[in-house]
Design a protein around this ligand. Structure first.
Ligand SMILES: [Zn+2]
Length: 165
């Protein structure tokens, strides 16, 4: 998914639980961090491991809890986790790396006519590792027109609330 929507969803979630707008803006950038792998010519690989995020993030959340920042820490971990989970619905993602070393993909569609499956697949005949590392196959643009419209709609209630108060 595009970077703008990762950010917008994180921002709306942060604002929705009552985090101050200034803090929410900073906190929401955490949802963008997994895409740092794009600078290394890959996408949805090790920085997209939800399992690794939980393993590394939980001790940090516990430390922040004892510093009185547990709520912010838990929110940051949740926002970070939102990225690979959302990405795994759009393409193969190394969600459980290093325990499960194959990229996973979830497909769900609710159809008016026909079967509406929830399909979980790991890569076998999908993208190969070579394709994942080939920049021509990198997915996830920064911003699209559709993403801008969706972001405006998602954030509209919060924008109105901030402007009115
Ligand atoms: Zn990503």
């Amino acid at each position: 998914m595009e970077a703008l929507l990762h950010f917008t969803i994180a921002l709306a979630a942060s604002l929705g639980v009552g985090i101050e707008p200034e803090v929410a803006l900073v906190l929401s950038t955490i949802a963008l961090l997994p895409d740092i792998d794009v600078f290394f010519g890959v996408h949805r690989m090790y920085t997209h491991s939800a399992l690794l995020m939980i393993i590394l993030g939980t001790p940090i959340v516990i430390i922040l809890h004892f510093l009185g920042l547990g709520r912010v820490g838990l929110m940051a971990l949740t926002l970070a986790l939102s990225h690979p989970i959302i990405d795994s619905f759009g393409g193969y993602t190394f969600l459980l790396w290093p325990v499960y070393r194959r990229p996973m993909r979830f497909d769900f569609s609710l159809k008016l006519i026909g079967r509406s499956p929830l399909k979980i697949s790991s890569e076998s005949s999908g993208r190969t590792k070579g394709e994942i590392q080939n920049p021509d196959h990198l997915e996830g643009p920064l911003v699209t027109g559709r993403g801008v419209i969706i972001s405006i709609v998602i954030l509209f209630p919060f924008i109105i609330e901030i402007l009115v108060i």
